[in-house]
Design a protein around this ligand. Sequence first.
Ligand code: PRX
Length: 659
Amino acid sequence: MSDDDELEVELEARLEEQEEFEPPESFVEQANVTDEGIYEEFEENWPEAWERAADLLDWQSDYDTVLDESEAPFYKWFTGGSLNASENCLDRHLDERGDEAAIEWVGELGEERTYTYEQLHEEVNEFAAVLRDQGVQEDDVVTMYMPMIPELPIAMLACARIGAPHAVVFAGFSADALATRMNAADSEHLVTCDGYYRRGDPLHHLDKAEEGLESVDQDVTSIVVDRLEDDFDHDLGPSQHDYHDLLAEQEGATVEPVSRDAEDMLFLMYTSGTTGKPKGVKHTTAGYLAYAAWTSHAVLDIKPDDTYFCSADIGWITGHSYIVYGPLALGTTSVMYEGTPDYPDKDRMWEIVDDHNVNQLYTAPTAIRAFMKWGEQYPNKHDLSSLRLLGTVGEPINPRAWKWYYKHIGQESCPIVDTWWQTETGGMMVTTIPAIENMKPGSAGPPLPGISADIVDERGSPVEAGRAGYLIVNKPWPGMLRTLYKNDERFIDEYWDEYSIPEKDQWVYFPEDGAKIDDDGFITVLGRVDDVLNVSGHRLGTMEIESAIVGVPGVAEAAVVGGDHEMKGEAVYTYVITEDGYEGDEELRQEIIEAVEDSIGPIARPEAVVFSPELPKTRSGKIMRRLLEDIANGEELGNTSTLRNPEVVEEIAKKAQDD
Ligand code: PRX
């Protein structure tokens, strides 16, 4: 072994053992937030300290109250103020940064398009005029069902400009999922596209959109972006219009950004919950935007001159807050890419970082696990020295993956922020401020300044350091959801029922995550404690999947649980009982898989379908999911003595193994 090799082995061993990492000095010297006193300041001067976030925005009229708690838990932030989100993301940057890139888009076929702030402003104005011309009024919900093409953020910002809330539906969701969401939001307007490319091949999207519209109750007008050009000739019906034709009609149009009340809805985002019906999370203009901008500034360390790259899809909250609203509110360059990280080759991400001189990279543990598996030769092919900070989001990251990311991508000179948050929280809640705290691989960090989080037991009492409990948030924050669309009751039931004491006006938000806290106040998030799975960082409700399965002829009953999966984190395992006269054969298995894909989308595709004689049930008839999880994970089976039918467990385990 050469001296160099020996040194390498020694360094590797040190890294493996190291439990705490200091932020690199070069990072600290230039960071946006470096003053440790910020935590105390928020505590002592609460809620007024949140003005710091509001100050990052331009207001059309000033707010008079930072936080209105009078109708808790329907909190209101920055009341009395008015502003426009598109003006904050575009107009105010024009004087100083009009010629700088706002969006650098990298397409699946390798094409690139750059929009300067000036150009983005122009197209957003024109499209805002198009929407108005199409009859979209303030407060009408406009649905977007589009992949990662620039027209998506353009449409979002155009909506924000005229005060029409957007509801973006992830393009990978099925026709049924689109219809459910459009019906729930009473949305009469859809912006979509003819198709997009996956691994170089055209994929028809319009067919799926049209199929979805067949199940929408209200009349819908659609605007269709021609992404595939000659690769897909499509005819448009009378209620469908071509995006570029409409835009051409409005060439040069300008639309004044309407004045939105601080608490007016900016967008709706549907997410999975414990029941079959997705939840319409409502975010408002001022609190959400201030929070997205503040966390982008404090945690991602974004500065206007940076080039920042988040690899999420805008169809999820991460893309809303940290591709579109946060970075653009701060006037930076946001890189947006369409495709998958292994096409045309497994160095796709590193090629983008290299070509665009990316300063911050924000991605998900599921992607990092894939990078690790593919090997360091892919990042090694590229110059990644422009990187200054790395981030992760969506699921817990194991220390091995964290260290790989730190070493092979960050070259041991970038801090990593492991950010815990949710669709409902609007922005990051628990993570380190990178220049202030040391990092502990696997642990997200302390709650951000002004965020009051704790770990409690079933009764709401704080648990000792190191013990698992439930994560709760004790105080409101500006980016919080305001309610579930048209369903205040469910909002209370889902988030506030567990630990609040309404008689004492004590309101505690329950995110449905398990966690533990260490002596330094660092929180390690363990995962969902409700019937929601986290598959590759995507939230999927087991009930939604189960109801798709029981709709298949021949299926009597189904139970869905999450099983550990090396790449996806968690995978969908289904246990199915057939009706008399039906056989659990390959044909039925395929029908079940298709039904799940049709009802939700390919992301929910079951990893395994196990035909079972019965499901393990308690004496009161509840399915013992824990045992099914043990079976999925091939673990020793836990206590079965409380079951009505203990004998069935071994039988299912054997069937699962045989399959
Ligand atoms: O379980 C937590 C997990 O993802 C859930 C939120 O999912 P969603 O609303 O789709 O938003 C994902 C992007 C913000 C949480 O309840 N989660 C998110 N970030 C982390 C995490 N689990 C552990 N560590 C994280 N950093």
